[in-house]
Design a protein around this ligand. Sequence first.
Ligand code: T4K
Length: 386
Amino acid sequence: MNKNITIQPIQVTRSSMPDFEEYEEEIKELWQTHWLTNMGVKHKKFEEQLLKYLNIQNITLFTNGHLALECAIAALNLTGEVITTPFTFASTTHAIVRNGLEPVFCDINPRDYTIDVEKMESLITKKTSAIIPVHVYGNICNLDGIEKIAKEYNLKVIYDAAHAFGVKVNGVSVASFGDASMFSFHATKVFNTIEGGAVAYTDKNLSKILYNIKNFGITGQESVQYVGGNAKMNEFQAAMGICNLRHIQVEIEKRKAVVARYVERLGNINGIKLAVNQPGVTSNYAYLPVVFDGYKLNRDEVSEQLKSENIFARKYFYPLTNSFECYEGRFNVEKTPVAKYIADRVLTLPLYADLAFEDVDRICDIILNYNRARYHINLDVTASVG
Ligand code: T4K
């Protein structure tokens, strides 16, 4: 029997979405009220639900994670130098620079790729006002080590927790640590509001400042007290958040199963290093970083092999932010050798809740170079198979 099959490209991730009817139901009332943005009822409801889900006291919503981070930096009045990591998405470094501050890059540790607390103290100067570490891939930074240094030198701590929504450390939400934590709710994240973000924080006085900074600094109809911008989350984003929050546990469980399948296939291969399980951390399985170090293929070769089979893994996070063209001549990438080493070898494999085990197996087969000929059927055109 002849059957037509089409092999769809597999991207590094795919947005989780509620059923169309569920979203339609959630946004229906917006057609009655015509209230679409500027902190409406959905915004309020979503904010309340997040406080409950994260079990925290304070949160402010934003139109995206990047502006959430920029506003958190502004609200905390940071000055001078900020210690941070170059092994991250462009956003972390840009948010510091766009606030007129100087990023000082600290190397990462080779275990979980988060900032290396052991190398941090030597970077502190009289100008240092804060540390902005990143829970990269949802791996949690050395919270105690960072807190200890921050206390000793009187530094603020803002976690870039863009990847860490839903993660717990010994049962406590990751949103509870530091002065503030920024979450991204971008379409590519474990939990999305299409675009979106939030800042969680400990000092409730920040609430008013963050609210004003994201709304032009307007404090009353005839009063503007801050030089604010526009970073408000709209009602459609909040409605998407309300829907997706209903399903987050199921989504995380599905991702966990996909990761387990990868680990089963790639976990014991010489030269292939998979993510570590951090003690006490309940993961959200945000990304699947794989480091190819001493494997028969290097990272770029694996990436090309997959690409030739219509599978699009990504080199998150290469290049390092301290080597971006826009910062040319400003930073020395050799000062963060571990970050450079990992960035040159890491590939994040496709991971999303509905990624089929057969697709995981196909990806692993390609990496392990099993039976390659089997997959040389037509890819993005319809192929006829017997
Ligand atoms: N801090 C850190 C550490 C971050 O990683 C990020 C963002 C931020 C701060 C800033 O947060 P946001 O302001 O973005 O909220 C993506 C995301 O745009 C970005 O949010 C994310 N980190 C970064 C790591 O990845 P790209 O340019 O690689 O995404 P793109 O468009 O190539 O999409 C990747 C794949 O995702 C696509 O191949 C398919 C899938 N996808 C994408 C979109 C846009 C979907 O399934 N649906 C979609 O709507 O940056």
